[in-house]
Design a binder for this molecule. Structure first.
Ligand code: FES
Length: 144
């Protein structure tokens, strides 16, 4: 069996939503201290709906595929749905990732959450801190 699914290869070779939104309403940047990869997500938000999303990822192919799939999954969605997006959902949408690459999809989940939090902070919108746990809850790094 191939190491990577066709969907992973497709999103890696033809990434969706790459780039920067200069006047973004929320920006999130996260990194994995173990592998050094960095992911940045830009959101444009109108009436609680994500009207546009772009990303810049300096990282491995799985991180890039996770970014492009995650941005596709949240585009046009309300913020409440974006906050529910888990790395598991991203991985499933990609038809799976190898076990040692699962942590790459965690970056996508965390970068989106971080961008939504930035939007809330900028606009002084109250939120439940439980929606934004710090990354110490995840074992991605130690599993690396
Ligand atoms: Fe670091 Fe994939 S190896 S995110």
């Amino acid at each position: 069996m191939a190491l990577y699914s066709e969907k992973v290869m497709d999103h890696f070779r033809n990434p969706r939503n790459v780039g920067v939104i200069e006047d973004a309403d929320g920006v999130g940047e996260v990194g994995n201290p173990v592998c050094g990869d960095i992911m940045k997500i830009y959101l444009k938000i109108e009436n609680d709906i994500i009207t546009d999303v772009k990303f810049e990822t300096f990282g491995c192919g799985s991180a890039i595929a996770s970014s492009t799939m995650a941005t596709e999954l949240i585009k046009g969605q309300p913020l409440s749905e974006a906050l529910k997006l888990t790395n598991k959902a991203v991985t499933e949408a990609l038809d799976g990732l190898p076990a040692h690459k699962l942590h790459c999809s965690v970056l996508a989940e965390e970068a989106i959450k971080s961008a939504v939090k930035d939007y809330y902070d900028r606009n002084k919108i109250p939120y439940d801190p439980a929606d934004f746990p710090d990354c110490s809850h995840c074992e991605a790094c130690s599993a690396h």
